[in-house]
Design a protein around this ligand. Structure first.
Ligand code: ADP
Length: 430
């Protein structure tokens, strides 16, 4: 074999229904690993590989090449680990897809709506991967499913601290995942639903409503149904948020990954017509450390401003006068019930817009630019439920001059002047 660009290569001959799992070292200095399909057919998380094309995977990637019929592949470079496994739940996942496809066919026949599926389980059981797989299989048979991303810690669609929905029109790109043109994104503001569970549930309902409205006017979207990815927090309010999601989206199917207690609880608490299915997790799913998660979040924000692999963006940096914008935080700190003004409940405080006075502590915070019209006080009501049109990062605050410098994907001026602050910070090292 002639190694690509001087890299060592290793050939793997995979039997049918087996997968090659490999991990790329993480860290800035880590060497990328390339993958090439030589013979047969293979797929990465539901997306088919083209023969004799080299796919590049960067630091920290954890990949599985699965084959239904058998194939051979080459890996170029030095993966941290690489091994072949015969023990995968792929057949169960494919059967799940087949069952969902049956439901879509029936929906088509009976002029009803297609399956609404919620994927749940603790962190690192492969929820996002199962969503990607089911969505890619669905588009491959001509469906147009909607992906609903409720994982505010590790969003596959937008920056962390958001929930979103995306119509899937083609299978995920092997290297880059789903193409994210025009997603519908809402500001949550932090990486765990627990910081403001009322807001989290409210936004889940907003997405459900927009999706239902779309289904009413778009038959393909209705038949395609949706796949909802959720957070790994499955206890207490986290569990209640799952029950809320099931009810507001009127889900038909819940896929529980690797968590028997959660499976039993949901079976007990959801209406009997909801099909709750327990699925094993793949042995290939790798647990990620706190640092690993934080790096992934940081990378997602960097991608938003600077682009990804082949596509380079050139963000803008400009000054914004304090007097030109209104900055809010959603949710006032909770106070004891006994101290609340008469007639006010904690719910009201969690959804309240609290004006933020710009100061030095704003530096490095990510701000969502709300799509809400810049109106008077009356218009403030709709801000929580308005999607966002983009994000900026505060890079410097000058309290003397009453201006802040921001990093923005578009040139000045800002499209809107209502900004929502996130707990999340991004330090631009470029
Ligand atoms: P969750 O959404 O439950 O947190 P993910 O779907 O993000 O979990 O999976 C965690 C990591 O494991 C991801 O980096 C993913 O690429 C990797 N992964 C998933 N399935 C496999 C597999 N079969 N082999 C190797 N890596 C996998």
């Amino acid at each position: 074999d002639v190694p690509a660009a001087g890299k060592a290569s290793t050939r793997y001959d995979l039997e049918k229904e087996t997968e090659l799992r490999f991990e790329v070292e993480s860290g800035e200095a880590a060497e990328q690993v390339e993958l090439e399909l030589l013979t047969g057919m293979g797929e990465v998380f539901g997306s088919e590989l083209n023969r004799n094309k080299k796919y590049t995977f960067g630091p920290g990637s954890k990949i599985a090449v699965f084959t239904w019929q058998g194939c051979s592949v080459n890996l170029y470079g030095k993966p941290e680990v690489a091994y072949v496994s015969k023990d995968t739940p792929m057949l169960l996942y494919l059967n799940t897809h087949a069952a969902l496809e049956q439901m879509r066919k029936q929906a088509e026949r009976d002029n009803e709506r297609g399956p609404r599926v919620m994927v749940v389980g603790p962190t690192d059981v492969g929820k996002s991967t199962v969503c990607r797989l089911l969505l890619s299989y669905a588009v491959r048979v001509g469906r147009r499913p909607t992906f609903v991303e409720l994982d505010v810690g590790q969003s596959g669609v937008s920056v962390p601290g958001t929930v979103s929905a995306l119509c899937i029109e083609r299978p995920a790109d092997v290297e880059e995942g789903f193409s994210v043109q025009a997603p519908l994104v809402y500001h949550f503001g932090s990486t765990t639903p627990g910081t403001n569970i009322k807001l989290y549930n409210k936004l889940t309902s907003c997405l459900a409503e927009v999706f239902s409205q779309r289904c009413e006017v778009n038959r393909k979207a209705s038949v395609g149904g949706c796949i909802i990815n959720t957070c790994g927090w499955v206890k207490g309010s986290g569990y209640q948020a799952l029950v809320h999601c099931a009810s507001t989206f009127q889900v038909d199917v819940v896929l529980v990954l690797d968590h028997e207690r959660l499976y039993n609880e949901l079976k007990r608490d959801l209406p009997h017509f909801v099909r709750v299915v327990l699925l094993p997790k793949s042995g290939g799913v790798v647990e990620r450390s706190k640092e690993c998660r934080r790096d992934a979040r940081d990378e997602k924000i960097r991608e938003y401003f600077y682009g990804f692999r082949g596509v380079t963006y050139y963000p803008f940096s400009f000054e914004v006068r304090f007097s030109d914008v209104r900055i809010y935080k959603i949710g006032a700190p909770s106070i004891p019930d006994s101290c609340l003004p008469l007639g006010m409940s904690q719910d009201d405080t969690q959804l309240k817009l609290v004006p933020v006075t710009p100061g030095r502590d704003l530096t490095y915070h990510v701000l969502s630019v709300s799509s809400a019209e810049d109106g008077d006080e009356g218009a403030r009501k709709g801000i929580v439920e308005s999607p966002v049109c983009g994000f900026i990062v505060v890079t410097h605050v000058d309290t003397q001059a009453q201006v802040m410098k921001v990093l923005s994907p578009a040139p000045r001026p800002l499209p809107r002047h209502t900004l929502l602050i996130m707990d999340i910070r991004f330090m631009d090292m470029k």
